[in-house]
Design a protein around this ligand. Sequence first.
Ligand SMILES: Cc1ncc(C[n+]2csc(CCOP(=O)(O)OP(=O)(O)O)c2C)c(N)n1
Length: 623
Amino acid sequence: MNDLGIYRWLVVCRELDRALCVENPRWFPIEGEEATVLGSFVDLRPDDAVAPHYRDPFVVYLLRGAEMWRLAAQVLGKAAGYNKGRSVPFNGPVELGVVPWVAGDLGTTIGTATGAALAFQHAGTDQVCVCTFGDGTANRGDVHEALNLAACWQLPIVYVCQNNGWAISQPESTYLRGPVAARAAGYGIPGECVDGNDVDAVRASVGKAVARARAGQGPTLIEARTWRWRGHWAGDKQSYRLGSAPEWVDDPLDLYGYRLLERGSATGSDLQCIHLEVADEVRAAIAQAHSVRDAGAEELGLDEVYAIRPGFGEEPSRAKGVTAGEKRMTQTEAVLDALASEMRADPRVFYIGQDVGRISESAMVGAAIGAALFGARPVVEISFGEFLPAAMSQLVNQAPNLHYMTGGVARVPVVVRTRVGDGPYGGHPHDYSAWFGHLPGLKVVMPGSPSDARGLMLSAIRDDNPVLFIEPMALAHGPRATVPDSLCEVPIGVARIARAGRDVTLVAIGSMVNAGLRAADDLASEGIEVEVVDLRSIQPLDTFTVIESVRRTGRLVTVHEAWVTGGVGAEIVAAVAEASSGLLRAPVIRVGTAPVPTPSGKVRPHALPNVERIVAAIRQVME
Ligand SMILES: Cc1ncc(C[n+]2csc(CCOP(=O)(O)OP(=O)(O)O)c2C)c(N)n1
């Protein structure tokens, strides 16, 4: 791009930002930081990925071809925004290769951006990702994890810390004891500090780093020193600020404008013309944004929470077919069979995780989500459910939100595989599965048999939504059971009647399906016929099958390894109660782990549900 072109973009950045500050006092102004944001992204190729910091990143989206009026519409809460009015207004259009902002948690998108680079590396292209973040954000653990992962895997990504000297009301001296760029040495990657007010300096530094990344030489960490001229948000009174900007701070537009005059590549009137033209362009964009309707009920988008696989239900499934025979597998063997077959069949599928990677749950889940956004279909393993909280921002703020918050555009075909509950690994007993049923946009699967585990894993990998695949530890290395010879999908969200019975409905999930079947065997000898419903998934929850069963039996017991309060059983009971007041002939009983942090060792069996407790509960509802 020529000098005047660069100057024009700097002016666009400033003028649009000033106008948006007038429109919305909650807008986060970029004034003073234009050279850093422009210099980091302006030289990228259209097929590269961009993950800009949240502070007015619109110039980056405009560089990619976004329409100014639609971006302005986002700030005004209009339906025409790329986000359909659903997300934070600084969100960017994912269809233009932008890592979107679907929640406000800073640092999390750095993991996702790292995933874009992982997708490029996996596909063997020379695309790169550039990611900018603030100096306050630099202190999130997620940033450290992402940088370390990118360094170890030599991912094609450039991290630029946009150091504006502030994090809300805090000056940098209160949260940084040294340059952010110096951290690069600890990751074994190049690090560099540049004048973030000088667009040429930023372009040169980022350009060098991008060339390294394209050549397969891995990531770079750059710190661009700049200054936040205005408040944290447009309406910020800044009572915390003392004194003026430090000596070294230049106005990026003045600096560059004078340079162009010196170089003779522009005259004063050229620059003035650009200001006038851009001011007109911004005015028109804001006026157009004002002229369209506000986002409202029509944008609620109940049908855009989950992505529908193109052609789903029409084409015969790749591996569907009549099963010729049967074989026997443990649950783990069954899951790995599905995974291996999908990896062989589809080059976009790959597997990362603790046993095949490192202890960086947030970075790995974030990278898998980002890779999924950019065309891969990753499966990531978190070995035990107890470690899911370490990746919580990714699992809660990113994965479930991306499709919906991008107006139904983003697709996130990622599977997070983990194991929970009682089993051979005494130290990892907690079952947090119910937490994740609380998140529209995430699918949560928990198989109760090797055969289902294999079929559900196939469905999970082929799903265009994020799927949390929770394997009950008790079954993971449990006895082998029969699975069909040929691979076939088990649809997610359809419960299974594991045993028919007319007296009582027992709704079970995971390891409790086998326990429930044993309880049903025991009770059959007493003449009690138990219908065992294996839920198979927590989200979507097949309440239809449960309600129909309770309609027949009139009695309900639920059982899962997780705690009862706020659990899946509670949701089942609520669904039955909502269906009709007349379905039940007896009070329901919910069986689960005792309300204590699940203990280890010899105390544990006293906390957990088991066959005897299920039998006792069923006898009670039969009285
Ligand atoms: C994980 C998280 N914690 C806290 C916040 C609240 N917050 C919003 S902006 C901000 C300051 C961020 O500072 P910095 O990263 O330096 O970016 P700047 O605002 O200076 O551009 C904070 C703490 C947040 N959005 N996300």
